[in-house]
Ligand binder design. Structure first.
Ligand code: SF4
Ligand code: SF4
Length: 281
């Protein structure tokens, strides 16, 4: 079963929920934790261990100046503005290139080939028995993290129990991460902004046809508006994590409440069971 953990915005505690859930599952069975928040992966901070790195590349065009007639067809074709053709040379702005390969197809002279460039890496760790952590890391300055997300998803494709931490928000990286998962845990805070962002994330997950439920983090005990929203959208509230000094202290030092505070391993085990019952697993 593949469970995605997402949120409409950063800072809601999404990664904390993913890490606690994975730690709890690892007490019972083999589990893979995947960090698809490739711009800012942080799950390795909960689970420090040596990493084996694998580069992630994508293809970009290379121009043969001997064959090129500077006709401009490739530049006209490229909708991302990645190619500029001048009188005596062709320039590529690789950070704008989406690696579609189209310029190579339209070049009448066969002057374009492709070459791989590294845009990031995956890091694999085994921080404890039963837990495999795969993190996607995008190179600084890269605009498109989707190939890194694909590489992480490829690495976890055969694993049985997988928890995937998504990027925050509701844009393409979230869609790439959540699609084809069995369930999505939406982490939110019980504030008006939290409900707004939850709605955006819930819309994306619903459009993908992935069943979902909600974890309310930093609950003050008065979550009536969030609960009303969840009822309206037919989203089950799977868990509440209260806003207490004790929990905040554990989280602020990078700890795991499931491991460090009494009763929370059972609470996260219940969360996993709730997800299983929602998907009929
Ligand atoms: S389409 Fe081919 S020949 Fe024309 S400018 Fe581009 S690389 Fe040169
Ligand atoms: S591969 Fe596609 S996106 Fe990249 S430069 Fe060529 S046409 Fe543009």
């Amino acid at each position: 079963m593949k469970i995605a953990v997402a949120s409409g915005k950063g800072g809601t505690g999404k990664s904390t929920v993913a890490a606690n859930l994975a730690w709890t599952c690892a007490q019972r069975r083999a589990v893979t934790l995947a960090d698809c928040d490739v711009e800012e992966p942080n799950l390795h901070l909960f689970f420090p261990a040596p990493a084996a790195e694998t580069p992630v590349t994508r293809m970009v065009p290379v121009f043969d100046e001997e064959l090129c007639t500077h006709c401009g067809d490739c530049s006209h074709f490229c909708r991302y503005g990645a190619i500029v053709v001048m009188k005596d040379r062709v320039m590529l702005f690789p950070e704008l290139c989406h690696s579609c390969g189209g310029c190579m197809l339209v070049c009448p002279e066969g002057a374009i080939t492709e070459t791989p460039v590294q845009i990031g890496r995956t890091e694999e760790r085994t921080p404890m028995e039963n837990l495999r952590l795969i993190s996607g890391v995008m190179n600084e300055g890269e605009a498109n993290g989707i190939p890194v997300i694909h590489a992480v998803k490829e690495a976890i494709s055969g694993d049985e129990t997988v928890i995937i931490d998504s990027s925050p928000g509701s844009a393409c990286p979230v869609i790439e991460t959540v699609k084809e998962t069995d369930f999505c845990v939406l982490v939110t805070e019980a504030t008006p902004f939290g409900i707004h962002d939850l709605e955006l994330a819930a819309d994306v997950v619903e459009a993908l046809g992935v069943p979902s439920g909600v974890v309310i983090n930093r609950s003050s005990g008065d979550d009536a508006e969030t609960e009303a929203f969840c009822r309206e959208r037919n989203l089950r509230v799977l868990m509440k994590i209260p806003f207490t000094r004790e929990i905040a202290a554990v989280q602020n030092r990078g700890g795991l409440i499931a491991r460090d505070l009494e009763g929370w391993e059972e609470a996260f085990a219940d969360l996993y069971e709730s997800v299983c019952s929602e998907v009929g697993a």
